[in-house]
Design a protein around this ligand. Structure first.
Ligand SMILES: [Zn+2]
Ligand SMILES: [Zn+2]
Length: 252
């Protein structure tokens, strides 16, 4: 799978980091994970086609992970050269149906086209992974908001895990066990932590306990950007550490 960090930022408005969004091209389909502010334009900057989307997954409902679903669906309906005919599937944690229903109460006629929109609410216990072309998707609770989920994509060359926003949690370690690449939030410095978020030492702890090969740091606040994050995480994790930028691409 080919992975593109579309947005690596947070709620803080910054020119160099858009809000959260990750694109995964599986060879068969295009998946987006989270759609924070600026995600749709960020896809263009990263050389991606927003209309290529087949499935959208959300980790939680904070606006910096969800708001661009409105301009994306509005663009699919009115901004595409060709009318969309194939279905679009959206996935989010419980209570995703009421969350998405709230958005469509406000914007619905402008967001929903004649194509089939499939809304899937994911239970916190992943009893059976989703079987998608070329990969399977499983998930586990993250420690951030009551609804928060992290996702694991298992492909033929290994697993990719995206934490969304979280603090240290054994569920994340289990989900990331043996993964090739862990895309993990690294919000703040160790000396100014915040509940529901990770600092470099927590990132290192999760990455080393899970035994991943590569940790890619995202959701970076300005205070953390002021640090040498590769060195900070490297104190507690022997694998490869990469600080994501908007547009960073890697393969698994
Ligand atoms: Zn966030
Ligand atoms: Zn959040």
């Amino acid at each position: 799978m080919e992975i593109t960090i579309v947005g690596s930022g947070t709620v803080v408005p910054r020119l160099i980091r858009r809000q959260s969004c990750v694109a995964v091209e599986t060879g068969k389909e295009t998946l987006f994970f989270d759609l924070g502010s600026g995600a749709v334009r960020g896809m263009l900057h990263a050389g991606l086609d927003p209309f290529a989307v087949d499935r959208i997954f959300f980790t939680h409902f904070h606006p910096d992970h969800t708001v661009d679903v409105v301009p994306l669906l509005f663009a699919i309906k009115y901004g595409a050269e060709q009318e969309r005919e194939r279905p679009l599937a959206l996935y989010g944690p419980e209570p995703f149906e009421s969350f998405f229903g709230g958005i469509t109460n406000v914007w619905g006629d402008w967001m929903l086209g004649d194509y089939l929109t499939q809304v899937h609410e994911l239970s916190h216990t992943c009893s059976s992974p989703l079987d998608l072309p070329n990969l399977t998707v499983s998930w586990a609770p993250a420690e951030h908001r009551p609804e928060s989920l992290a996702y694991r994509l298992e492909g033929e060359n290994g697993a990719f895990v995206y934490t969304g926003d979280t603090e240290y949690a054994e569920t994340i370690v289990e989900l990331a066990r043996g993964a090739h690449t862990l895309l993990i939030e690294c919000s703040l410095p160790d000396d100014t932590p915040a509940p529901g978020h990770l600092t470099p030492s927590g990132v290192a702890r999760i990455a080393s306990e899970a035994g991943v090969e590569r940790a890619v740091l995202t959701h970076v606040y300005p205070q953390a950007d002021a640090l040498d994050l590769v060195q900070e995480v490297g104190r507690g994790f022997e694998g490869e550490v990469v600080v994501a930028a908007d547009g960073t691409k890697f393969s698994v």
